[in-house]
Design a protein around this ligand. Structure first.
Ligand code: ADP
Ligand code: MG
Ligand code: ZN
Length: 567
């Protein structure tokens, strides 16, 4: 009585099992997607492969099916216990003999898995990277047939990726220890730096590289300047009726506060972060997976490996970690292919805070350089006057033919203005006031605000005082944000956020470089009324990036990483 879940026949006929047969009979799918079949055939034939497909493309089958076709067990290196658990469960459901070896097992469970392995009774074995590189593992593996090694989430090997795991670094040993066993590395992070790093670090030089477009045509991108974040979020959420989505915040405290606030506004919201009790966290995740009208407010601890097809929106209340992280996090929307919207609100405070976390973090200078470059790449997308989709895809080395037509900058084209003269004034104001003051004060000087501080420092008597009164404070802040994004100025955190000139600023002073800035969109509703106090708001944003907040965020980030379930 053969049915699609009866694998006995399949395994009896192992030698003859062909990929399409397995796809149909084991998984119940009628056809391969995209380049799945090419990858599968290449690996079945014993070739190494690097697979760069976006999230949701179906990378798992690219190693699971070859493992079933080839003799022996397929060893899958995976970074998270939770990910392993989900995949092993799904495989068991369809009758594939799969298991995971990790630190969450009892001794007895581990012994049972080893026994099954030595008897050739497993099709797929999931292991953590730390385990895969041990001598114990090499000994165990020496006695059995290995169909292939799959290194999932392979970007974890690279500092350029968004989720570096030092344990991935040792995995190049698989090449020398198991010559002749095909290796396949898979990731949804494909910017050129990460890609090259994966190939080099995993010693995959001869591997065939499979890439598919990273475009997610059903996702509409929108990035707004943060003004009144809660009201802005509410306006964004009001576009969705009976739909589920994710709101990302940087800190646990903000997750809790935002979820409470949304509930008070009549939007059903649940918090999720690594500081919560595990049972509660799991309950919230389950609710999110099952319910159709739920807003999950989460830190980045949420999402990897989550397969909910009908996530209709993803909002970021804080700047994400990098373009890769942004792409991953927004990529959780619209896996079912239906129209979905992603939205981010960001402001100067984010940029300053992030620069500061990098500068004052404990990383070696080499890593800090990478981190700064990654931040600048993200800011370039936030500040672009061009199509967001084009900018995102360009980051992944992919050209998009023409503007996409449905991101915010395509729908409402951003006007630009020649800001060369304004930039010169702004840079001069920074320079004349001795590179000792933050944005708020320098803007006050430019627009000629007489107050205690401008008087005390004698700035009211300088030629630059009031030199920029033709533009509102809000525009000046935007100018400074863009100068920062362009690397023409920097922020000195040791000096309480004082702006400094970067060497490149000289070129602007000499009028050898013309600058075009985004024109501010007219602020709407309440935001417009708040315009007068823009200077005050800016100052309070800056005050918010004080050391205490920084320390809190940094320690939370560390514990998020710890709590991510890293085995
Ligand atoms: P990725 O690892 O690339 O993010 P997954 O391997 O988790 O993607 O697959 C995403 C979803 O697509 C899964 O639900 C999977 O069952 C489904 N899928 C993969 N390949 C096919 C296919 N050929 N036909 C139908 N569904 C598929
Ligand atoms: Mg995957
Ligand atoms: Zn566009």
């Amino acid at each position: 009585m053969p049915d699609s879940h009866d694998t006995t026949n399949l395994f009896d006929a192992r030698g003859a099992a062909n990929p399409l047969d397995i796809l149909k009979r084991v998984y119940g799918f009628s056809a391969f997607r995209g380049q799945q079949q090419s990858v599968v055939e290449h690996v079945v034939a014993g070739g190494d492969a690097v697979v760069l497909f976006p999230t949701g493309a179906g990378k798992s089958l690219c190693f699971q099916i070859p493992a079933l076709c080839r003799k022996g067990v397929g060893i899958v290196v995976s970074p998270l216990i939770a990910l392993m658990r989900d995949q092993v469960e799904a495989l068991k459901q369809v009758g594939v003999r799969a298991a995971a070896l990790n630190s969450s097992l009892t001794r007895e469970e581990a012994v049972a898995i080893r026994r099954a392995l030595s008897r050739g009774e497993l099709d797929l074995l999931y292991v953590t990277p730390e385990r895969a590189v041990t001598d114990g593992f090499a000994e165990m593996a020496a006695d059995i047939d290995i169909a292939l090694f799959a290194i999932d989430e392979a970007h974890c090997v690279s500092q350029w990726g968004h989720d570096f795991r030092p344990e991935y670094r040792g995995l190049d040993c698989l090449a020398s220890r198991f010559p002749g066993v095909p290796r396949i590395a898979l990731t949804a992070t494909a910017d050129p730096h990460t890609r090259d790093d994966i190939i080099e670090r995993l010693a995959l030089n001869g591997a065939r590289v499979f890439t598919s477009s990273f475009d997610r045509p059903n996702i509409a991108y929108e990035i707004v300047e943060r003004d009144q974040p809660r009201q802005q979020l509410l306006r964004f959420l009001s576009r969705f009726k009976d739909a589920s989505g994710i709101v990302y915040c940087l800190s646990r405290a903000k997750v809790e506060e935002t979820a409470d606030w949304l509930n008070a506004q009549g939007i059903r919201a649940l918090p999720y972060h690594a500081g919560m009790d595990r049972a509660l966290r799991d309950a919230h995740q389950d609710a999110f997976l099952k319910e159709e009208n739920l807003c999950l407010v989460a830190t980045v601890a949420f999402g990897m490996g989550i397969d909910k097809p009908d996530v209709r929106y993803v909002a970021h209340l804080d700047l994400p970690g990098s373009v890769e992280a942004y792409y991953q996090e927004t990529g959780r929307a619209g896996r079912d292919g239906l129209p979905s919207e992603v939205w981010m609100a960001y402001g100067m405070a984010d940029v300053i805070q992030r620069r500061r976390m990098i500068d004052e973090g404990g990383s070696p200078e080499e890593i800090k350089r990478i981190e700064r470059a990654k931040l600048n790449a993200l800011l370039a997308i936030c500040e672009t006057a061009g199509c967001r989709r084009q900018a995102i895809l360009a980051h992944f080395g992919e050209a998009h033919p023409g503007r996409c037509g449905h991101c915010d900058t395509c729908l409402k084209p951003v006007e630009t203005w020649d800001g060369t003269e304004a930039a010169i004034k702004a840079l001069a104001a920074v320079y004349r006031t001795g590179e000792r003051f933050g944005t708020g004060h320098v803007v006050d000087v430019l627009i000629g605000t007489v107050n205690e501080k401008t008087e005390r420092f004698g700035h009211v008597n300088m030629p630059v005082f009031g030199a920029g009164k033709e533009l509102p404070a809000r525009t000046w802040q935007s100018v400074f944000r863009q100068l920062l994004a362009l690397g023409l100025i920097s922020v000195d955190h040791a000096a309480f956020g004082a702006l400094k000139l970067e060497p490149e600023a000289r070129v602007v002073f000499r009028r050898e470089r013309q600058l075009f800035f985004r024109k501010d969109r007219p602020a709407s509703g309440k935001a417009a009324r708040g315009q007068k106090s823009a200077g005050a708001r800016q100052r309070s944003e800056l005050a918010g990036s004080d050391l205490e907040l920084f320390e809190r965020l940094r320690s939370e980030r560390l514990s998020i990483a710890r709590d991510l379930d890293v085995p």
